[in-house]
Design a protein around this ligand. Structure first.
Ligand code: SPQ
Length: 429
C-alpha cells in the first residue's frame, strides 16, 4: 500500500481558523427538521460524509432536502410524512446516524433495512436495540440484532423509564426519539452527563421534553415545528488545532465560533488542568447552544489524570489529548474510557500503537492508557485505522516529530473535517 507522508520543518502555528459545523448538531438538525412541519434552514451544516449519510437517509424516506454548500433547507412534513424507503439504507461509517435512526425507525409504520461499512458493521447496536425492544420494537439483525445489517419492523411503541447502562448520548437520543412516537411518557436517566444536543434541539423544535426529578421526560404530544438552526463550530474538530497550538513552541491559534456546550468542553478543562493558556471571547448563545472564540498560546504543560465524569465530555478528544500528554512533564493517566474500544476503531489500541511507533512512552490499559512525558517523538510509520480522529492525530503528531510521519491513508478525515489540511496549511508559518 502506498503511504502518505507528513513532514513539517520547524513549524509554528499562528492565525485564525473557523472550524466547520458540529457533527452531532448537524445530524440532529436534519433528523428533527425532517420530522417537523415546515422548512428548517440549517446554516454552517457540516459537509462531512457522516452528515451526508443522514441527509441521504431522509431523502430516501421522501423528505425534500435542498443543500447549497453549508446551507441546508429541510422541508419537513412531520412524522406522518416519512415513507418506506425503496431500498436498504447505507449509513456508511456513521454511528450517530445508525443509533439515532434505530430509535426513530422503530416507531414508524414500515419496514427498513440498514447497513454500513466494515467499521460500522463491527460496532455494537444492542445498547440501543435492548431499550427499544423494551418499548415494543421489532428489530432483527446479526447476533440477535447487535450488528448491522439490521431490519426494523416499525410499529406501536410504549413509553419506558430507562437508566442508561453506558455513558452514551447516542443511546439516550435513540430512546428519546422513540419516545416521540410512543404511547405515554418516556424517561431517560443518566448518571453521568453526556452531550445534550438532542434535548436542547428537541425543545427548540417544540417537543414536549423536560428535565424532571425522574430524568429527561418526553411524550408524543404535539407536532414538532420547523426551527432554524445555526450550527456552532465543532469543538471536537477545534481540539486538533487547540492542541497543535499547545504542542508547537511559539504558536498562537484562535478558533472562531466554537460550540461551548458544557457537555462538550471537557477538553478545555483538561487543557487548563495541564497548565495551558486559553482565553474565551465573544461568547453568545444560539438555539440554546453556547458559542465563543478560543485562543491558545503555547506554554509548557504538566501531566494529569483524566477520569470519571469528564470522560463523556471529551471522549472524542482523547486521541489528540494523548498526543499532547507525550509532551507534558510527568505522568498522564486516562481511565474510565472503555467506550473508546467501540468507536470507529478500538481507539485505545490505535492511539497506543501509533504513539509507540512514533517513539512515545505509552501503555494501554483496560479502560484507557498511561503516558509518561515528555518524550522525543522520532517519527515513523503509523496507521489511521480508517478512523478520522486517528488520522488527524497522526498529521498533528508530524508537527513535532524529528523525522516524517508516514500513514496508510488520510481520506478518512472527510468523515468529520474535510477541510482539515487546508485549515492546517493556513496557520502554518
Ligand atoms: O457517529 P460516530 O461514528 O459514533 O462518531 C463519534 C466520533 O468520534 O465522531 C464516535 F466515534 O462521535 C460520537 C460520540 O463519541 C457522536 C455522538 C453523538 O453525536 O451523539 C456521541 C458520542 O458517542 P456515544 O456512543 O458516547 O453516544
Amino acid at each position: 500500500m502506498s503511504h502518505v507522508q507528513f513532514e513539517y520543518t520547524s513549524p509554528r502555528l499562528e492565525g485564525e481558523v473557523m472550524v466547520p459545523g458540529d457533527k452531532s448538531i448537524s445530524h440532529r438538525s436534519i433528523i428533527f427538521g425532517s420530522i417537523s412541519h415546515g422548512t428548517t434552514k440549517v446554516t454552517n451544516f457540516l459537509d462531512g460524509e457522516d452528515c451526508l449519510r443522514t441527509i441521504a437517509a431522509f431523502r430516501k424516506m421522501g423528505v425534500r432536502i435542498e443543500k447549497e454548500g453549508s446551507t441546508v433547507l429541510v422541508h419537513g412534513n412531520g412524522l406522518e410524512g416519512l415513507k418506506k424507503p425503496g431500498e436498504a439504507i447505507d449509513f456508511g461509517n456513521s454511528g450517530t446516524t445508525t443509533r439515532l435512526m434505530l430509535g426513530l425507525l422503530s416507531g414508524l409504520p414500515f419496514e427498513t433495512t440498514i447497513f454500513g461499512d466494515a467499521s460500522l458493521t463491527k460496532r455494537p447496536m444492542n445498547r440501543v436495540v435492548d431499550p427499544l425492544r423494551k418499548m415494543g420494537a421489532s428489530i432483527y439483525g446479526e447476533a440477535d440484532g447487535n450488528f448491522l445489517p439490521i431490519t426494523i419492523h416499525g410499529g406501536a411503541l410504549q413509553g419506558i423509564t430507562y437508566r442508561l447502562p453506558v455513558k452514551s448520548a447516542q443511546v439516550k437520543s435513540a430512546v428519546l426519539l422513540a419516545g416521540l412516537l410512543a404511547e405515554g411518557e418516556t424517561v431517560v436517566q443518566e448518571e453521568t452527563e453526556t452531550r445534550n444536543h438532542t434535548e436542547v434541539m428537541l425543545q427548540a423544535f417544540g417537543a414536549d421534553l423536560k428535565q424532571t426529578e425522574k430524568g429527561i421526560a418526553v411524550t408524543s404530544k404535539g407536532n414538532l415545528t420547523a426551527c432554524d438552526v445555526e450550527v456552532p463550530g465543532d469543538i471536537s474538530s477545534a481540539a486538533f488545532f487547540l492542541i497543535a497550538g499547545a504542542l508547537v513552541p511559539g504558536s498562537k491559534v484562535t478558533l472562531k465560533n466554537v460550540g461551548l456546550n458544557h457537555s462538550r468542553t471537557g477538553v478545555l478543562d483538561v487543557l487548563k488542568q495541564m497548565g495551558a493558556s486559553i482565553t474565551v471571547a465573544n461568547e453568545r448563545t444560539t438555539g440554546g447552544e453556547k458559542i465563543g472564540d478560543l485562543t491558545i498560546q503555547y506554554t509548557a504543560l504538566k501531566g494529569t489524570t483524566i477520569e470519571g465524569n469528564v470522560i463523556p465530555r471529551l471522549i472524542d478528544e482523547i486521541p489528540i489529548l494523548a498526543l499532547l500528554a507525550t509532551q507534558a512533564d510527568g505522568k498522564t493517566v486516562i481511565k474510565d474510557a472503555e467506550e473508546l474500544k467501540v468507536k470507529e476503531t478500538d481507539r485505545i489500541e490505535a492511539v497506543c500503537k501509533n504513539l509507540q511507533a512514533l517513539g512515545a512512552d505509552v501503555t494501554a490499559t483496560e479502560d484507557g492508557m498511561v503516558i509518561n512525558g515528555p518524550s522525543r517523538l522520532t517519527g515513523g510509520t503509523i496507521s489511521s485505522y480508517m478512523d478520522h480522529r486517528i488520522a488527524m492525530m497522526g498529521a498533528i503528531a508530524a508537527l513535532i516529530t524529528e523525522a516524517p510521519v508516514k500513514m496508510d491513508e488520510k481520506d478518512s478525515i472527510n468523515i468529520s473535517y474535510p477541510t482539515f489540511f487546508d485549515d492546517l496549511e493556513a496557520i502554518l508559518q
